[in-house]
Every structure is written in C-alpha cells, then in structure tokens.
Design a protein around this ligand. Structure first.
Ligand code: B1M
Length: 210
C-alpha cells in the first residue's frame, strides 16, 4: 500500500524521480490525490521549510526539494483540477520595480505553493500597475512583494498607494519581505504583514487569508 510518509521523506531529500514514481504508484493504488497533496507533498515541503528556517538546511536543498514537489504536483494537478479541488487561496508574488533579485522570491512562491496556495508569479521588476492588474483579473486575495535593495523598497509603498488610489486596498491583504525589509518598515508603509523568511511567509499568508 502507498506510504505517504515515504513520499514526504523523498521530497525532503530532493529525490524527484522517486517522488514521481511513488506518487504515480499511490494514484494507481487508488489513493485520493487530495490525500497525496495534503499528507505527503505539503507535509514534506512544510518540514523542509522548518529546517530552512532553523538553518538546518540551506537554499540549494530547498530548491531541490521544491523540484521534487513539482514532479509530484505534475502528476496530481490534472486530477485535482478534474475534481475541482480549490486552492486555500490565491496569491500574487513579485519582486518590486527596479529590483532583479528573485532567488528569495522564488523560494517564497514555492513555499506558498507547498502550503496549498494558487500562486501567480509576476517575476522581477514588477511595477505597481502590474500587481493591480493581477488582482483585478485573477481574483487574488493576497499580494506578496519582495525587495532586496534599499533603493527599491519604496516600490512597496508605491504599490500600496496604487491599491489605495484604485479603491482596491480593502480587497487584498498585502505582505512584504526581503533581506532589507523589516516589521517596522512594513508597519510604516501600511502593509498587512511582514515575514523574515519563506517558511514564515507561507504561514503569514495562511493567517492573512483565513
Ligand atoms: Co545583489 N545585492 N545586486 N545581486 N545580491 C545584494 C542584495 C546586496 C545586499 C549585496 C551587497 O552589497 N552586500 C546589495 C544590496 C545593498 C542594499 O541595497 N542594501 C546588492 C546590490 C547592491 C546589487 C546591485 C546594485 C549590484 C550592482 O550592479 N552594483 C545589483 C542590482 C540589480 C537590480 O536588482 N536592479 C545586484 C545584482 C545581483 C545579481 C543579479 C548579480 C544577483 C541576483 C540574481 C537573482 O536573484 N536571480 C545578486 C545576488 C545573488 C545578491 C546576493 C549575493 C544574494 C541575494 C540572494 O539571493 N539571497 C545579495 C547579498 C546577500 O544577501 N548576501 C545581494 C538568498 C535568498 C534566499 O535570500 O533574497 O533575502 P533573500 O530571501 C529570503 C528572505 O529575505 C525572505 O525569504 C527568502 C528565503 O528565506 N524573503 C521574503 C524574500 N522575499 C520575501 C517576500 C516575503 C517574505 C519573505 O513576503 C512577500
């Protein structure tokens, strides 16, 4: 019988071929795709997030685990869509205007996906109007902005102001993060939340949309 714990362990070890093989075997044995998602993929990704937060693993291990998660997701995603399984929320992520750093932002996106969110990734150098358009078009509940440069941090404030000007500020939760960003800065610019790392960002997003 399929061992969901084993899938989580291979995911944590970053073994994409094994995750793929065991997820397929579980499907073939009739295990529900939602059980595979919730009891192996999300569990494994959550555990790697905790290890990362505690500096017990580093960026490469997280990226490799995320790749393994994607391999498993590729098998169950079409089945989840068929069954119309709803994500726990929709988040748009992006690195703010003028900023080309995306390693941290990508980790945040992966942890959000791992936590069960539908993630729209706008990439790097994202101006306020692109965040606005995404929220207008995609039914997004949460905006997650990343900045790595002190010179681009004001782009977060500009984006929040743009949401206010468009009358959409109350419709979305806005969270910010990135190495130079602090809780104080988040409070100052009127963000709904700040997270210091990718695992905390996923936890914060869950709180914000709940
Ligand atoms: Co740049 N860079 N860089 N760089 N770069 C820094 C950020 C810098 C601190 C280096 C230094 O001087 N010591 C410095 C910024 C100084 C400052 O403003 N305070 C700097 C500079 C100055 C520059 C350039 C201006 C250099 C130049 O051209 N003169 C230039 C700017 C380009 C631009 O963006 N317009 C530049 C360019 C680059 C590269 C392109 C070469 C490359 C980026 C490649 C890429 O991202 N694809 C690069 C890199 C790699 C770095 C360092 C070395 C590493 C950044 C990184 O990826 N860290 C960095 C120095 C450093 O940090 N040691 C540096 C790993 C990543 C996992 O961490 O992104 O912090 P981080 O993400 C964390 C958390 O912050 C958090 O979660 C992540 C995981 O836990 N987090 C969030 C991130 N976003 C979040 C969002 C959230 C919540 C949490 O909620 C929404």
């Amino acid at each position: 019988m399929a061992n969901l714990r084993e899938i989580a362990d291979f995911l944590k070890a970053g073994n994409a071929p094994k995750v793929k093989e065991l997820v397929q075997a579980a499907i073939d044995q009739g295990v529900e795709p939602t059980d595979i998602l919730n009891e192996s993929l999300i569990v494994g990704m959550g555990e790697i997030g905790v290890l990362f937060k505690n500096n017990e693993v580093y960026v490469p291990e997280v990226l490799i685990a995320a790749r393994a998660m994607k391999a498993g997701m590729a098998i169950i995603k079409p089945l989840l869509v068929e069954k119309d399984v709803k994500p726990i929320g929709k988040v748009v992520v992006g690195t703010v205007k003028g900023d080309l750093h995306d390693i941290g932002k990508n980790l945040v996106a992966m942890m959000l996906e791992g936590a069960g969110f539908h993630v729209v990734d706008l990439g790097i150098d994202v101006p306020p109007e692109k965040f606005l358009d995404a929220v207008k078009e995609e039914g997004i509940e949460c905006v997650a902005m990343s900045a790595l440069l002190t010179t681009t941090m004001p782009g977060m404030k500009d984006t929040i102001e743009a949401f206010k000007a468009a009358g959409l500020r109350d419709q979305v939760k806005i969270m910010v993060g990135g190495a130079p960003v602090t809780q104080n800065f988040a409070d100052e610019i009127g963000a709904d939340g700040y997270a210091p790392d990718a695992a905390s960002a996923a936890e914060l997003a869950k709180e914000l949309v709940s």
